[in-house]
Write a protein that binds this ligand. Structure first.
Ligand SMILES: NC(=O)c1ccc[n+]([C@@H]2O[C@H](COP(=O)([O-])OP(=O)(O)OC[C@H]3O[C@@H](n4cnc5c(N)ncnc54)[C@H](OP(=O)(O)O)[C@@H]3O)[C@@H](O)[C@H]2O)c1
Length: 286
């Protein structure tokens, strides 16, 4: 199949590009420089010229705290651009895979969030991503796949394990939040899952995330253990220890029943992703 990938230099975009090429798909991997999603006319032109079977939209305004002060930017990229992409796909006869987030939920609960749970975003990021889902669904494409994920880490990019490891190696002690719970999700596992869903004919909304439920503190503990840094002092703290502009959902665990039933397997545990992540990290450092 022919794919057009937007945001192709982000964590998920890179992983999907790599996985799709390894499966023999023809991929146009466009970063912001090649396709700026703030420009509706550029979107139409790219989709029409490349005539893909599927557009995989991995671009977004992902700096959650910055979204609070840059609402227009977040609205354009997260809420409007997905709709523009869906309209361009409708004209070109393409399908659209679009990534969304656990931040569409408020995290006030104790049960994993199912696909049809009521949305109630707490932040501008979550609100604009929820509007983006609606914009995509509103176009009514015959082939739409919306994948909500969370706590993404990949071999490259700004992410939690990279920040924890850098601090631990610098010999500084760590304070890590222990009252937010989610699913750490390895970008390469997300790419495999996403393409299995797409190739298998899945449509609609699916939750796709890692197989392990953890707090940030537990996630960091597993990382330090696997990296041989278990002696670095680490303190469990509450969310209030790090005041941030955007409110985070507390119990933000996405339910995986639907996706695992479709795929016929469980999503991989965090240890597997972190081992692979650490191997790639150390081979890059030489
Ligand atoms: N990261 C997470 O923990 C997480 C959690 C839940 C859901 N998601 C969703 O998963 C998807 C992929 O996220 P990610 O983790 O891969 O984020 P990421 O690493 O921040 O990648 C996002 C990409 O979007 C690009 N982008 C920004 N503005 C753009 C524009 N105007 N035109 C075109 N591209 C633009 C960025 O390019 P620049 O680098 O040039 O800005 C970046 O490469 C997003 O929809 C996100 O909302 C992510």
């Amino acid at each position: 199949m022919r794919f057009l990938i937007t945001g192709a230099r982000g964590q998920v975009g890179r992983a999907l590009t790599q996985e799709a090429r390894s499966r023999g798909h023809e991929v146009s991997a466009l970063g912001r420089e090649e396709l700026d999603l703030e420009k509706p006319e550029a979107i139409r032109q790219a989709v029409s010229e490349l005539s893909p079977d599927w557009v995989l939209n991995c671009a977004a305004a992902t700096k959650v705290d910055h979204c609070e002060e840059a609402r227009d930017w977040a609205m354009t990229l997260n809420a409007k651009a997905p709709g523009w992409l869906a309209e361009a796909c409708a004209e070109a006869g393409a399908g659209l895979l679009h990534w969304s987030t656990d931040f569409v939920f408020d995290g006030r609960g104790e049960e994993p969030w199912r696909e049809d749970a009521p949305k109630n975003p707490l932040s501008c990021y979550g609100e604009t991503k929820a509007l983006g889902e609606e914009a995509v669904l509103g176009v009514g494409l015959p082939r739409t796949l919306i994948l909500r994920t969370q706590w993404v880490y990949g071999p490259k990019g700004r992410n939690f394990p990279a920040a924890i490891l850098a601090r631990a190696r610098s010999g500084q002690g760590l304070k890590v939040v222990d009252d937010q719970t989610g699913r750490p999700s390895y970008s390469l596992d997300l790419a495999v899952g996403a393409l299995d869903l797409l190739e298998g004919g899945a449509t609609g909304i699916y939750h796709l995330a890692g197989g392990t439920v953890a707090t940030w503190y537990q996630f960091a503990g597993t990382l330090l253990q696997l990296a041989g840094l278990q002696d670095v002092p680490m303190e469990a703290v509450g969310t209030e220890a790090f005041p941030l502009p955007a409110e985070r959902p507390k119990y933000s665990v996405l339910a995986l029943d639907k996706v695992e039933a479709f795929l016929g397997r469980s999503m991989p545990p965090v240890e597997r992703g972190l081992k692979d992540w650490l191997e790639r990290e150390s081979s890059e450092k030489g």
